[in-house]
Design a protein around this ligand. Sequence first.
Ligand code: SF4
Length: 346
Amino acid sequence: MNLEKILYKDELSKEEIIFLLNLSDERDLQKLFNRADEVRAKYCGDEVHLRGIIDFSNYCEQNCLYCGLRADNTKLQRYRMSPEEIIETAKQIINSGIFTIVLQSGEDNYYDTDLIAYIIYSIKQIADVAITLSLGERGFDEYQTWRIAGADRYLLKHETANPKLYSIYHLHQQLNERIAHLKFLKKLGYQVGSGNMIGLPMQTIEDIADDILLCKELDLDMAAFGPFIPSPFTPYRNKKPASVELTLKTMAVARIVLKSVHIPATTALATIDEDGRIKGLKAGANVVMPDFTPFPYREQYQIYANRKCMSDDPKSCRSCLQLQIESIGRKISTSRGDSLKMHLNS
Ligand code: SF4
């Protein structure tokens, strides 16, 4: 296959995606990252969108094999933030000049439909910010209520497009159900985010190609490709972490295939590589999601081990990120950073 030709094609086949994911020569990799950066500049511009995350509960009713928040992890100290604490943290995010707030938790039905709706509505009264929910699979009627209350976006990663692997990793969940939730969220008018985890046990390059193609089929507004990092006290605690190179290749190929989609340089990537954020931003990413969860809770949101920036004061996060982003000639966006597809359609 001819690398240059593939990099400039408008539509890529699964075989071509696999070819790109298998690149290993340094010069070829640089060509791939450069092309992804070009596509990012064309479809997203040079602005980097910040999304302030509040991990408001680390309780979870699920038991995903790779995740430190899984219900069977009795070693984890659990917490739940009160609505007042969540709303106060949202104010701090807004005051630091960030216009998307991500409300994230495990699947925790303690926060029922009305309580989540109240939190969304209260934050929306403070400023015109976008609210992303990342609460796992919840009821279809709940999605509807929260949309009416003002939620703009929903993040629900599919993790793998391989149904067999999906049912191994997620003990009581099925891939077709997850896809049905994603489609329903889209129907309700949410800007929808999904994505995979790279380097999970038993996953192949073909699976990763299918992950990217599923993101395309779902016509996502945001797609996240984060590396697997083993978490203590989980069945996968002794498995190998994902490689930085494969993670960057996946992000770059995804950018070339998906084009006008938001792609984050994840905190997990920054955790396995000191320069992970910058490398991600140069390989197709246009979003960074700093964690604003207050102490002491932030240290207890242990999806995986040794998360980056855990000991940093959330308030100093923005200036640190600004320095990093400006060092590569990019700038922090001052907008909400809504779906790039909304602009295309308007
Ligand atoms: S991945 Fe999500 S649903 Fe699964 S155990 Fe972790 S927090 Fe719960």
